[in-house]
Design a protein around this ligand. Structure first.
Ligand SMILES: *Cc1c(COP(=O)(O)O)cnc(C)c1O
Length: 333
């Protein structure tokens, strides 16, 4: 897998399979939390469906990204571990790599955008990682990441387009289906597609008749446009409160997995994310970050018709600083 990950040529890509998800599940066992699956009678009544929420906001460091990060670092050779890892991220993947690196004794360097939420930058530094900041509107983070990896001899672990990252993210859906499935429909937040790619690997193996949907912020519908046009569409960094899904394009691994296996990709407006955040706080007593609300918002708004169905929903994360959270749930979204 690691060899495949460093292959530059798109024609030689070896896509991860469900076996890799099973391997990842073994690697992360005992390190990652097996997060609960939550239900809400109110949510069921309002939607006319049976909803099962996989609460990855309660995962270690507050998002599913711990799964992929821990799996990818675990898979490295002893030499690679000694040298260390580097990554770029809008936040949660950075924290995942920083925290997994700390747990596994692997030094981590993190490229973070200058406008990343302060809580995420502080948390990343708090895990002992070195943070290098850059301007995401003018600088190419991929190129910067590759450059630092090369000059310092580090292994680059990108946030989504990597077989071991995808396989690790797939463990969330594996657990969800094992615990509460089978489902008619599975709704999954979509940024660069690591979470959704892992989800389809697990769903196709464990629950093949389940229809899987990716959910993007309306402002950043590159995934939907890519699916429609049959090739990866790149957009400029979208302006949305869903900072974990401000990705501009799907990856060379994630696009084919998504293209081959999803039913569709739908979008929701930021206002629907705020609504869902309020619902989670008020009714289910949980803190969910805007990006973490994408899948639930698709259920609540009817972006995906779900009436009468059993529906799995991935709540992807809960990392939002308190000032923003208060502003969102307080009413001036
Ligand atoms: C990264 C992230 C996403 C998007 O995941 P991808 O693998 O990039 O599609 C969704 N929600 C949260 C909370 C995230 O941190």
């Amino acid at each position: 897998m690691t060899a495949a990950a460093s292959t530059e040529s798109a024609t030689q890509l070896v896509l991860p399979t469900y076996d890799d998800v099973v391997t990842a599940a073994k690697r992360i066992q005992g390190a990652a939390h097996r997060t609960p699956v939550l239900t809400s009678r109110t949510a069921n009544e309002r939607s006319g469906a049976s909803l099962f929420f996989k609460a990855e906001n309660l995962q270690r460091m507050g998002a599913f990204k711990f799964r992929g990060g821990y799996n990818a670092i675990s898979a490295l050779s002893p030499e690679q571990k000694r040298a260390g890892v580097v990554t770029f991220s809008s936040g949660n993947h950075a924290q995942a790599i920083a925290y997994a690196g700390k747990l596994l004794g692997v030094p981590a360097t993190i490229l973070m955008p200058l406008d990343a939420p302060a809580a995420k930058v502080a948390a990343t530094r708090g895990y002992g990682a070195e943070v290098v900041q850059f301007d995401r509107y003018t600088q190419d983070r991929d190129a910067l990441g590759r450059e630092i990896a090369q000059t310092r001899g580090l292994t680059l672990i990108p946030p989504y387009d990597h077989p071991d990252v995808i396989a690790g993210q797939g463990t969330a859906t594996k657990e969800l289906i094992e615990e509460a499935g089978p489902f008619d429909i599975l709704l999954v937040p979509l940024g660069g597609g690591g979470l959704l790619s892992g989800a389809v690997l697990a769903a196709k193996a464990l629950n093949p008749e389940c229809r899987v949907f990716g959910v993007e912020p309306e402002a950043g519908n590159d995934g939907q446009r890519s699916l429609r046009s049959g090739k990866i569409v790149k957009i400029s960094v979208p302006k949305t409160i869903a900072d974990g899904a401000q990705t501009a394009f799907l990856g060379n691994y994630t696009f084919p997995l998504i293209q081959q296996n999803v039913e569709d990709i739908v979008t929701v407006p930021d206002a629907a994310l705020v609504e869902a955040m309020r619902f989670f706080a008020e009714r289910m007593k949980i803190v969910v970050e805007p990006t973490g609300c994408l899948a639930a918002a698709a259920a609540f708004t009817g972006a995906v018709p779900i009436e009468g169905k059993r529906v799995g929903i991935v709540i992807s994360g809960g990392n939002v600083d308190l000032a923003s959270f208060a502003r969102f749930v307080g009413g001036e979204a």
